[in-house]
Design a protein around this ligand. Structure first.
Ligand code: UT7
Length: 325
């Protein structure tokens, strides 16, 4: 059997209509547009309506990706949704999205790796496709972090937003091309010793409540540049590419200072980094596919481009994926 690769056929996204600016937040907690802009780069974020669920955002993003790919939902046999804000503790949000899309074959499940969730979900789906277990997958990152924020904690509530993004993957046999398309490499990492650095202080099995997001921002920041740079360097080493051969970096959008720090450390041209956090804030697992969608809509991606995605989040979890579009 020849090599099978997962090709990204399309991308889609969906953002709630309501926009909350830094000035809006400064009316809720003791903060300013200047502090948020200077310390994070965030200017605004989208906030889901009360009746708008993570599955609604995820379904809309996946639907757009399927329409763009021209793929009928009945031909999808895997739905993976990365989320830390599921509609319910169970069943999986992916199952709801599966039904909403009209997908009836194969399997649907959620992946929980917080901000690294999309890289984790992409990696899992890629492995299902490469082994021949699935043919076409929808991989979604969807979040409503506004629901788990402590709106009295200025250290965290200013950082996050809601949204969803999705890609459609298709298994394609490789014919020995010199520059094969598709997912070329993925790397996942986690280190549970940092379990208490970024977490939610509740859960069905501990407090029987949902809880609120808590973060030791300074410590997370300290680890972020080092861990993200490390996993990118490993990916480049494994695939034999130099940093300057990458066409576009599509990172998780947590803090502009982290993106700049990684760019400096690796010698990456800042113009090659897709930045959406000014408009979206940190949307956790949704941030990479939202940024990918923005780059696609801005015509910054063309066939053959090398795209590197990376993320780091609660757990700690972190990872990277290198794709030829
Ligand atoms: O997506 C998962 C990964 N997450 C991340 O990567 C987040 C990583 N961390 C960060 O991005 C940054 O640590 C933050 C943006 C969260 C905070 O920035 P910082 O430069 O590390 O600020 P700090 O926490 O050290 O706080 C500095 C000061 C403090 O005041 P004092 O103690 O120096 O008087 C805070 O109380 O800034 C104060 N502060 C604020 N002031 C105005 C904290 N939040 C705010 C705020 N507005 N919203």
């Amino acid at each position: 059997m020849g090599t099978i690769r997962s090709i990204i056929r399309s991308v889609g996204a969906h953002l709630p209509k309501r926009i909350m600016t830094n000035d809006d937040i400064s009316k809720i907690v003791d903060t300013t547009d200047q502090w948020i802009t200077e310390r994070t780069g965030i200017k605004q974020r989208h906030i889901a309506a009360d009746d708008e669920l993570t599955s609604d955002l995820g379904t809309a993003a996946a639907h757009q990706a399927l329409v763009r790919a021209g793929i009928d939902p009945v031909d999808i046999d895997l739905v993976v949704c990365a989320t830390s804000t599921p509609d319910r503790t169970f069943p999986a949000t992916a199952v709801k999205i599966q039904a909403e899309l009209g997908v009836t074959k194969g399997a649907a499940f959620d992946v929980q790796a917080v901000c690294s969730g999309f890289v984790y979900a992409l990696t899992i789906a890629d492995n299902f496709l490469k082994t021949g277990q699935s043919k076409r997958a929808v991989v979604i990152g969807a979040e409503t972090f506004s629901r788990i924020l402590d709106w009295e904690d200025r250290g965290t509530c200013v950082l996050f937003g809601d949204g969803a993004g999705a890609v459609v993957l298709e298994a394609q046999p490789q014919k020995g091309e010199a520059n094969p398309r598709g997912i070329l490499s993925t790397r996942l990492r986690s280190d549970g010793r940092f379990y208490d650095m970024l977490y939610v202080d509740g859960g069905p099995g501990s407090t029987k409540t949902v809880g609120h997001l808590r973060m030791n921002g300074r410590e997370v920041f300290r680890h972020a540049v080092q861990k993200i740079s490390g996993v990118i360097e490993e990916t480049l080493l494994e695939t034999g590419f130099a940093a300057n051969e990458i066409s576009l970096f599509v990172p998780h959008q947590a803090n502009k200072r982290i993106l700049d720090g990684v760019a400096r450390k690796l010698g990456v041209d800042p113009n090659k980094i897709v930045v959406t956090l000014d408009r979206h804030g940190n949307t956790s697992a949704a941030s990479i596919p939202l940024a990918l969608n923005q780059a696609f809509e801005d015509h910054r991606i063309k066939e053959g481009d090398l795209i590197l995605m990376e993320a780091m989040g609660g757990g700690f979890t972190w990872g990277a994926a290198l794709v030829r579009w």
